[in-house]
Structures are given as structure tokens and as C-alpha cells.
Design a protein. Structure first.
Length: 357
């Protein structure tokens, strides 16, 4: 049963897929660009097939987040291959990769770097930290303290760090893949809303099916090791130039005014506004999604369209990752939490209520 009843006179079925715009933008993509983008994405998927069983939604969320130029937060209980998925994406590209195991005593200098006095030259030298990499895995990010989280926020928001008053730009492309364990309470620090909003997506992993778990055991038995060695994986890795091409191509995907209005309407509805506001939403939602959600819906929609071989965005591209984009940006009231309401249920109602263009 839906959390909120459907509003009257709202179409509940998806209309036929719109045709390609008759007047593409001057910076449109050629068929060769679209074909090349799909080939690059297929190469990454082929690497995932060698390391991960199931979890197709997580795989696509990671790839689309990378192409859209964002960051992703992965939440699940232990043992569901969060780290393996993150490492697979990072090692599919020839760029630098660093993993940081977050702990309560992790300090900002351990992450961004520090200045060290060199007695031979009588000067301070800057030693950069592991955040200065193309792909950074922050394992169990909610175990780091507030001061360290603020350093992470600066890196994600500004694309640079500050060491001893010196601003150092991060390498490009730059992507943060963070994981968190929702069942841990002791020794953890909740991520502030401002930092949660910096993540383009929040993916939630569930337990595999019995068949998937059996296939996982067969893969481990055949491999002979419980850990993945990137050097043994088949297939060529992507270059940094390939990632830059994918990101630049995604920005050139055409977005119509109707699609922009659809994304804005979804986000506005989560705030209690929109063209078809949901009755009594204020009793369930304390704070709706920010304008960063609208930006994420469009950027992710462009990336999803590109990887699907289209140079224009359709409503399905917006709806595909609506839960991953909105679930961590909607804050529930105490009454809703007490009643067992989840943010995913709110997103279900929002998506069902907003009419599709």
C-alpha cells in the first residue's frame, strides 16, 4: 500500500517514449560518440562481472555517478561487497586509487596531508594525503569524527584541500566512494546534512538471493581467493581521457524544458509544494530535498541517457535513480520515524504523484 493515496486526475501510466528532438543542440553528440560511450561502459560492466554477483543496481549507480561527475554513498550491513564494488570501479580506470579506513581517531591531516619540517633545508615541505587521488574509497565514513568529516566535505565541495594555508587542487577526474554500516552505533558519528547533500547518490544494498549467493561461492572457489586481484582481471582498463570524454559527452546530452520542469516538480513536491502537492506531507517530512537534488536528477539523467545510447533525456532517465538521489535528502519527522515510515516510501509517493511530461 502506498504511503500517500494517489491524487485525483493524475496519470498513473507512463506515456509512450518521446521521439528524438527534431532540432538537436549545436553541441549534440554524433552516432560515433554514442557508440563509443556505450563501448566504454560495457568494458566497465565486464570487469564487474568478474568480481561481483548480482547487485546490478549498485553497479549501474556507480557507473552513472562516475559519468555524471558526482560522489556516491553506499550503505549496507557487513559482508555485501561494498568495498569490492568500489574497488572494481576504481581499478577499471587507469587513474590513482586510495582507500582510507575511517576510525574515530582519524585526523584531517591523515586524510588531506600535512607540512613536515625538513631539517636539511630548514624549510617546511608539504606531504599530501590519500584524498589526493582520482578515486578515493572512504570505508565506514560514519566512524570518522566531525573535524575529519569537515575536511572530506571541503574536498568534495571545492575539489581542493588546504594544507598550511596553501590551496592544493585535487586531481581530475575526482570521485569519492564512501561506505557506511547502518547497524553500528558505538564509535560512530552521523554525517551532517550538509555533507550528505554533497553525495549525488545514496545506494542501499540488500542481501543476495540464494541463487546469487551460490554463484558467488562458485566464483570464489574458481578464483581460489577471497580477495580480488585487479591484475588478474580480464579486459582493458579505461584511461583518464576516456572518463573525461564520458563526462564531457554527458553534459552535451539534450535536456528539454519539459524534462527540466519534471525534475523540479519532483523535488518541489518533496518539500510540500509542486504542481500536485501531497496532502499531509508535512506530518511525514521535516525537510525536503534541496536544489542540489534537481541538479543531480538532470546530471544523472544525462549520464543514463548517454549510456543507453541516446543524446536526449526521457522521463525514465529521471525516474531510474530517483530513490538513490532523494532518499538521503529527505528528512522525516519524529512521528514518521515512530510509525516506521521510510524515506523510500516518501519517494515512491512523490514519483507516483508528479505527472510525467
Amino acid at each position: 500500500m502506498a504511503l500517500f493515496p494517489p491524487q485525483p486526475n493524475i496519470p498513473q501510466q507512463m506515456p509512450p517514449m518521446p521521439q528524438q528532438p527534431a532540432t538537436p543542440t549545436s553541441a549534440g553528440l554524433s552516432p560515433d560518440d554514442l557508440n563509443h560511450a556505450r563501448q566504454l561502459a560495457d568494458r566497465i560492466r565486464a570487469r564487474f562481472a568478474q568480481t561481483l554477483v548480482g547487485q546490478d543496481n549498485l553497479r549501474e549507480a556507480l557507473i552513472v555517478t562516475m559519468v555524471s561527475g558526482g560522489h556516491i554513498l553506499i550503505e549496507s550491513v557487513p559482508g555485501l561487497a561494498k568495498t569490492t564494488a568500489a574497488q572494481t570501479l576504481a581499478t577499471s580506470v587507469s587513474g590513482s586509487f586510495k582507500r582510507v579506513q575511517c576510525t574515530p581517531d582519524l585526523m584531517p591531516s591523515d586524510l588531506v596531508g600535512t607540512q613536515v619540517f625538513d631539517f636539511s633545508t630548514q624549510r617546511f615541505s608539504t606531504q599530501i594525503g590519500p584524498i589526493h587521488a582520482n578515486f578515493v574509497l572512504l570505508d565506514e565514513i560514519n566512524r570518522s569524527n566531525a573535524k575529519t568529516q569537515s575536511a572530506m566535505l571541503e574536498a568534495m565541495a571545492e575539489g581542493a584541500t588546504t594544507i598550511g594555508g596553501e590551496r592544493i587542487a585535487l586531481p581530475q577526474p575526482f570521485m569519492v566512494i564512501a561506505t557506511e554500516n547502518p547497524i553500528e552505533e558505538e564509535g560512530t558519528f552521523n554525517l551532517p546534512e550538509a555533507q550528505m547533500d554533497r553525495f549525488t547518490m545514496k545506494a542501499v544494498m540488500g542481501y543476495p538471493s540464494a541463487d546469487e549467493e551460490q554463484r558467488m561461492l562458485a566464483m570464489l572457489t574458481k578464483r581460489g581467493s577471497d580477495t580480488v586481484d585487479a591484475k588478474t582481471l580480464e579486459g582493458d582498463v579505461l584511461s583518464l581521457a576516456d572518463i573525461e570524454f564520458l563526462r564531457a559527452a554527458a553534459r552535451r546530452v539534450h535536456v528539454s524544458k519539459a524534462i527540466m520542469g519534471y525534475a523540479v516538480d519532483i523535488v518541489a513536491t518533496s518539500r510540500g509544494a509542486g504542481t500536485h502537492p501531497i496532502a499531509d506531507l508535512s506530518t511525514k517530512v521535516r525537510l525536503g530535498a534541496s536544489p542540489r537534488a534537481s541538479i543531480a536528477l538532470i546530471r544523472v539523467g544525462q549520464a543514463a541517457a548517454l549510456l543507453a545510447g541516446r543524446d536526449y533525456v526521457i522521463p525514465e532517465d529521471i525516474r531510474m535513480f530517483a530513490h538513490e538521489i532523494l532518499r538521503h535528502r529527505i528528512l522525516l519527522t519524529f512521528e514518521a520515524l515512530a510509525d516506521g515510515v521510510t524515506s523510500d516510501q516518501v519517494v515512491d509517493s512523490v514519483v507516483a504523484t508528479v505527472p510525467v511530461p
